[in-house]
Each structure stands twice: as C-alpha cells, then as structure tokens.
Design a protein around this ligand. Structure first.
Ligand SMILES: [Zn+2]
Ligand SMILES: [Zn+2]
Length: 372
C-alpha cells in the first residue's frame, strides 16, 4: 500500500510523490485524510519564511496541519477515543497536529502544548513514519495520541480548521479568562477572527467589537455575534479606532480583553491602547521570525495590562471545539470560513490562489482546503 503526498521540495514548489504508510504500532492510529486546509502558517513555510523552525533539518517536508479524516487502521489495543467513546475503523475523527512527547519537563507539568519535542511531524519526509503532514492521503498518530470521534453531520469544510484555528482561539479566550459580560475587541476578521467572535459570544461576552478592512468579513463577523464592527477604511487612523473602542466600551474605559489575529506586528501598539486598565491583551497572529514592533512599555505598565501569548492549545480544547461546532452549527456561519476546495494534485495552484486571495481587498474569508 502506498499513499500520495504533496512534498514541499523547495519554497513555492510542491511535488506529488508516493510513500508507504508506516506499520501501525500498538496504540497508534493510521488516519485516512479527507481534507487538509491551507493555514496562514503553511503559507509562511511555503514562502520559506519559517525555515529556522524546520528543526535544523531542511529538506523535503509534507506540510499541512489543519486536517481531518477517518480512522483507516486502529493499532492493537486502541478501542476508544480520548473521551472514552468507542472508536472503530471508518469513524470520523479530529486530533491535535502536534505530538507532546510525555517525557520532558513541560509534559510532566501537563503543559502539553509547550513540549519542545511536539513537532515530530515536521521531520523530513524521508524518515519514518513518512506520512507526517496533512497534504497526503495518510497521517500517522503516534501511540497514545489524543483523538476525538466527531458526531455525524459535521462536514469536512466545517471540521478541517478545528484542530488549528478554532481550537487556538478557544484556548486563547480560556487563557484570557474572558468572563460573562466582558467587552472584547478582536483585531482581524479572517478565519481566526470569525471563530473568536463566535467563541467569545458563547463564553458570554457582553460586548464584542470586530475590526477589519474587508466589508464581507465584517458582515460575517456581525452574523457570528459582533455587536459593533470597525472598518479600517472608514476609521483610517489608529487614534480614531482607539477612540471608537473607548466610546463603545463606555464606563469600562476600554476592552476587558483584546485579541490580535491580524498577523501584522504594527497593530499591537494600537491594540494595547484599546485594553482597559487591568485588562488583557492576547497575541496570536504574529508567528513568523522578524515580527518586530516598538511600543511604550510604561503605558503597558501603568495600565497594568496582562499580555498573554498563545501558540497551539491544550488537547482537551479540541473536544470543547468539536462540541461547540456541533452545538452552534445552525447559529453561526462558521462553515463559511472555508471558501475554496482543490484536489491535492492541484496544490501548487491552490497555494498560489490562497496567496493571491489573501492579498485582495474584496476577498472574504480565504481558507482553502485540499482533498487527497
Ligand atoms: Zn494552522
Ligand atoms: Zn514533552
């Protein structure tokens, strides 16, 4: 048995190759991938901007980490998912794309998403277990990995971004300790921004303000629960936008929580000034090296702003994310976060389109998925 895989051989160039899936060890699971998304970070890798993160092992890799699929082979001993629900071959599942080792200081402390060895999937494709990325027919879950059976009725389009974008923002709001009635500002209304609006609504936020420059996205943000939107084409200066947030948040004097999912470091000083005294600023978007920014630390200090950063999530969040999606699928237009679908063979074209769409002002939500 062999499976197709799209291998990134050098920046801007994928090649379709075939690899044998690994023998499934006791406790392991082989996944048949049904859809894999193109996330902002995949675009950074594709452009070659994240080379230092290839663990010093540059070379051909299979990218893709936002994925879903069905159980192809259950390793000996696996009978349930991570919630204890019965699991069988053919079941649709989601799983974290990173693999905590369970044998390091961070894992010992239960900080699964801080494990320094969690990126086993970004090893070279020439090494076991080969199928270690989402842009392939098969994906291997190491023994003991977290896996969650998905209820019927959620499509690939709805499920693909769950193990990255959606879990990421739910975890961020959890860490920010967003409370019932809180005012929250979300900088950016792309995929993550829309998920963040809906997730904040479900957590009981009292006031949600979404900021973006694309009208279609702001309209979706409203449908996801934003009470107010700020169009950066209308309020062009950061000072105007800060003043608007202060006006909308009234007696609070700013937002309790501000979440950054734009991915440009320039928006951070503006976002910090939107936080109320004693509030929380959450940084998610600026993931690539060189995301430098200058801001006045004395303002942050005297505002007693808590700055939280989040990369990845604690695996239990994935269970929360799936339940959230199931519960709210008819309430919010979250399935519209995925806008384009390509067969895996057209991956080069798909990436070019995703790149192009991301730079269009009129584009709405730009998440594309690949189907092996
Ligand atoms: Zn991602
Ligand atoms: Zn570890």
């Amino acid at each position: 048995m062999k499976g197709k895989a799209a291998v990134l051989v050098k920046p801007y160039q994928f090649e379709i190759r075939e690899y044998p899936p690994p023998p499934v060890e006791p406790g392991g699971i082989l996944i048949k991938v049904t859809a894999s998304g193109i996330c902002g970070s995949d675009l950074h890798y594709w452009r070659g901007e994240m080379k230092p993160m290839l663990s010093g092992k540059p070379g051909p890799v299979i990218l893709g980490h936002e994925l879903t699929g069905v159980v192809h082979t259950l390793g000996p001993g696996v009978t349930t998912d991570s919630r204890g629900l019965p699991l069988k071959e053919g079941d649709r599942v989601v799983f974290p794309y990173f693999f905590p080792c369970g044998h390091c200081y961070n894992c010992l402390r239960g900080e699964w998403n801080h494990c320094p060895h969690r990126f086993r999937f970004r090893a070279s494709v020439e090494e076991y277990p080969y199928c270690n990325g989402g842009y392939a027919e098969y994906f291997y879950l190491y023994p003991g990995h977290f896996v969650f059976k998905v209820p019927e009725g959620l499509s690939d389009e709805a499920l693909t971004p769950v193990n990255c974008a959606l879990s990421q923002v739910i975890y961020a709001l959890h860490r920010a300790n967003l409370q019932m009635g809180d005012a929250v500002v979300i900088q950016g209304a792309g995929g993550l921004g829309l998920y963040a609006v809906a997730a904040a609504k479900e957590r009981g936020a009292g006031l949600i303000i979404s900021i973006d420059g694309v009208k279609g996205r702001l309209e979706l943000a409203r449908q996801c629960g934003a009470d107010h939107v700020i169009d950066i084409n209308e309020l062009k200066e950061p000072q105007e936008r800060i003043a608007r947030v202060k006006e909308l948040t009234g007696y609070r004097g700013g937002a309790d929580v501000v979440l950054e999912v734009v991915g440009y470091p320039q928006v951070i000083p503006e976002g910090l000034d939107m936080v109320r005294k004693g509030g929380v600023y959450v940084e998610i978007g600026n993931i690539w090296p060189g995301s430098n920014v200058t801001f006045d630390m004395s303002r942050v200090l005297f505002n007693m702003t808590t700055i939280i950063t989040t990369a990845h999530y604690d695996p239990w969040i994935l269970s929360v994310a799936v339940d959230f999606l199931e519960r709210t699928k008819d309430k919010y237009p979250l399935t519209r976060v995925v806008s384009h679908k390509f067969p895996l063979e057209q991956i080069n074209e798909a990436f070019q389109q995703a790149e192009w769409l991301g730079r269009q002002q009129e584009a709405q939500v730009t998440r594309a998925i690949l189907v092996p």
